[in-house]
Design a protein around this ligand. Structure first.
Ligand code: AMP
Ligand code: MG
Length: 407
């Protein structure tokens, strides 16, 4: 297959190749869980809160005694701190000083916050009566033991890690990291730190793409530059295919004389397609290498990053075990006119801001696919569908703020 695929069809057809693939599972301790993909359901090991406790620093009382706060007052008998419990119930007609997180004394059902009270010779008064049950966190209001809390396929974030630690777990089972081999290619490339001769440029893609991949739950098992030598490229890719789940190359996939990547992949595996109706991004190759997957990214620096972000990322996440990845798009007002030819989806780079409750956006930084400096001044894509032509000032445009791989 070699037609011009729409972005959505390309993503869909790549996702379909995942079939029921899932990486093996491993136990991962709390400290290393950020960004990993959960492989097992998480069930509440405890009921939480474990006991009724105070949500405020203040005074615990029986609601039936509350009206005395504006009359004769309530004598304060004792203090209860977080981590400690009173061994006697709250006597009727009295209050107890209580700290946030401290267990509610038996008999108490309401907490009045300190700021709303006055203490005169050990007697508590208030100008405003508390509502019944106010500032009490009830046992089990967050979760009951045995409830399913998290399902496999979610990407664990600091919030989930807090929840897991709050359950007393030391870690959970996650999918192992995908093994990714990354290659830049081209005779013109030199590595940063080396001297640059005429006609040469620095290999920026290998570093930018590595940094992007490091934000996914993958192990970059190889990150190498390859010269335009088909024999060398073939043996490097053959080696990588033996150990990597995913092989990614940059450059060498267009139609120039030195663009041999597609033929090498076709010889070692299978090229599923190699043209997507996306700008920046043509050419982009996708295929299979043995039991693994292959992405051939364009050489132009902005294109290589944009295609890794837009086209490869959904399948990379899916192969890592993640379910439900969906980058957010938002409507914005075009602040400047946007030029575009119908025919290819255009992911122009731009800047956005909020003004008067409305998002505004405009292209920025120049749209050349090799202009890294301009790319650095932007913070979103302007997502212009393939059939769309020019956009006038004031018209609506979809934006996609840069996500986890780019910001
Ligand atoms: P190609 O796809 O090989 O035709 O390359 C397209 C353009 O991207 C050319 O201008 C290359 O010099 C440039 N390019 C290719 N690889 C890299 C790289 N790793 N870093 C920076 N520029 C690159
Ligand atoms: Mg080249």
């Amino acid at each position: 297959m070699s037609g011009l695929l729409s972005v959505a069809d390309a993503i869909q057809s790549m996702l379909e190749t995942a079939g029921d693939f899932l990486p093996e599972q491993e136990f991962c301790p709390l400290m290393s869980l950020d960004g990993r993909i959960l492989a097992e359901p998480v069930v509440a090991t405890i009921t939480f809160p474990v006991f009724d406790n105070s949500a405020m620093d203040g005074y615990a009382l029986r609601y039936t005694d509350a009206k005395q706060l504006t009359g004769t007052g309530l004598p304060v008998k004792g203090t209860v701190y977080a981590g400690h419990a009173l061994d006697t119930p709250l006597a009727a007609g009295s209050a107890v000083r209580i700290m946030t997180g401290a267990p509610l004394p038996e008999g108490a059902d309401t907490v009045i916050m300190q700021e709303q009270t006055r203490l005169v010779d050990g007697v508590l008064f208030a100008t405003q009566l508390p509502a019944q049950g106010e500032h009490v966190r009830h046992r089990g209001e967050d979760m009951q033991q045995g409830e399913t809390l998290l399902l496999p396929g979610i990407r664990l974030t600091p919030r989930h890690i807090g929840l897991l630690a709050g359950l007393g777990l030391t870690g959970v089972r996650v999918y192992r990291r995908l093994r990714v081999a990354l290659f830049s290619s081209g005779d013109e490339l030199r590595q940063p730190g080396e001297p640059l001769a005429d006609s040469q440029i620095y290999d920026s893609n290998r570093f930018a793409l590595t940094a992007m991949l490091q934000r996914l739950p993958v192990d970059i098992i190889t990150s190498r530059w390859l010269p335009d030598d088909p024999g060398l490229v073939e043996s490097a890719l053959r080696d990588a295919a033996g150990t990597a789940d995913v092989v990614i190359t940059s450059a060498g996939v267009s139609v120039g004389d030195a663009d041999y990547m597609r033929d090498i992949i076709a010889g070692l595996g299978q090229v599923n397609f190699w043209k997507v109706a996306m700008k920046p991004g043509k050419p982009f190759a996708f295929g299979r290498l043995g039991r693994g997957w292959y992405f051939g990214l364009p050489g132009n620096p902005v294109s290589s990053m944009a295609t890794l972000d837009q086209l490869a990322q959904p399948l990379l996440r899916r192969l890592s075990g993640e379910l439900g990845y969906c980058p957010v798009q938002l409507p914005a007002v075009a602040d400047t006119a946007i030029r575009k030819q119908p025919g290819r989806a255009d992911y122009q780079r731009g800047i956005y801001h909020l003004a008067d409750g409305q998002l505004h956006a405009s292209p920025a930084g120049g749209q050349g696919s090799g202009l890294l400096r301009g790319f650095c001044t932007t913070d979103c894509y302007l997502v212009l569908p393939s059939e769309q032509g020019d956009t006038a000032v004031g018209e609506s445009v979809q934006i996609q703020p840069f996500g986890a791989l780019l910001k």
